[in-house]
Design a protein around this ligand. Structure first.
Ligand SMILES: Nc1ncnc2c1ncn2[C@@H]1O[C@H](COP(=O)(O)OP(=O)(O)OP(=O)(O)O)[C@@H](O)[C@H]1O
Ligand SMILES: [Mg+2]
Length: 286
């Protein structure tokens, strides 16, 4: 059942028990000729295990904001506090290591490596992220688990060119899970798919909450924004509206099978060869 949403109003949006806190964040681009404000004093929190939408028209600052959440870009002022850790305090190298463990990123155009199979794309992410605390001989099995969670395990050995757009995005979801990050961040993840496929892929993405993931996604599709458990609406770099499901404030959704430190297992998705249990998250990069 879709939780009811309560209107939070303009300006700021904060809830207790947050996983990501964005505090008076602004992003300006200054050239000699002019100063452009892309994000203007944005404050909100992303509740743990929420399905969090950043909604707004083209040019409203959605991707710029995501780049701040992932530490790809730095704010002109304000701060992002991610699980208690302030991103601006980290060096570029530290941020890159941190990103590999804490966020899985999904793009509109999938951005798979075209010369690698589906499973090799997941394995590469695992390699780049430091192996997720697993022994190398466990990697393939783990990559298959990630592909199973994204419902694309059967096509593990296909090249991206032999996959449909929806299938490629499922591989991208599996890749985002490779290092078992607590947060998945997706920029228009279904923007390049037909509406039926978009809804199927979105359903897979939102199902990740059952494994304890927080899913933050950008959209300008009202029907997808409406499915969020919490949402901010951006216009011209400002929050103009926000919503929060009451159920989230009262009690975040629990995974069906609880796991400590991100070691997740959900009955029902297992198959005889591949369990969906993910390993514990590796040590934090500080
Ligand atoms: N490096 C930059 N220099 C100048 N302007 C920029 C820069 N990056 C982004 N912008 C401007 O900031 C605004 C917000 O851009 P952003 O890409 O965040 O929008 P968006 O909401 O993601 O749009 P879309 O839905 O089209 O992807 C746009 O007007 C864009 O032109
Ligand atoms: Mg964008």
């Amino acid at each position: 059942m879709q939780p009811s949403l309560s209107k939070q109003g303009q300006g700021t949006f904060t809830v207790p028990g947050s996983q990501i806190r964005v505090d008076h964040l602004s992003r300006m681009i200054a050239t000699r000729a002019k100063k452009t404000v892309i994000l203007d004093d944005v404050t909100f929190t992303v509740p743990a295990q929420s399905l969090f939408a950043i909604n707004g028209p083209s040019g409203s600052g959605k991707s710029t904001l995501l780049n701040m959440l992932t530490g790809i870009d730095r704010p002109s002022s304000g701060r992002v506090i991610f699980e208690g850790q302030e991103l601006r305090a980290m060096s570029e190298d530290g941020l890159a290591r941190w990103r590999g463990k804490h966020v899985g990123i999904i793009f509109q155009f999938f951005q798979l490596i075209p010369t690698l199979t589906a499973i090799e794309n997941v394995l590469l992410a695992l390699e780049l992220g430091g192996g997720g605390g697993l022994k190398r001989r466990e990697w393939r099995q783990h990559a298959l688990k990630c592909l199973a969670l994204a419902h694309i395990k059967d096509l593990a050995d296909r090249m991206p060119s032999a996959l449909s757009g929806g299938e490629q995005q499922r591989v991208a979801i599996a890749r985002a899970l490779a290092n078992n990050p607590p947060v998945i961040i997706a920029d228009e993840p279904t923007g390049n798919l037909d509406s039926r496929t978009a809804h199927q892929v979105f359903e897979t993405l939102s199902s990740l909450r059952q494994y304890g993931k927080t899913v933050v996604y950008v959209t300008h599709a009202p029907e997808l924004a409406a499915l969020a458990s919490a949402r901010i609406d951006l216009l011209d770099g400002r929050i103009v509206d926000s919503y929060q499901a009451q159920a989230i404030i009262a009690a975040p959704p629990q995974p069906e099978a609880h796991a400590v430190g991100g070691d997740l297992e959900k009955p029902g998705v297992n198959d005889p060869q591949v369990s969906t249990a993910l390993p514990p998250r590796g040590g934090d990069a500080k």
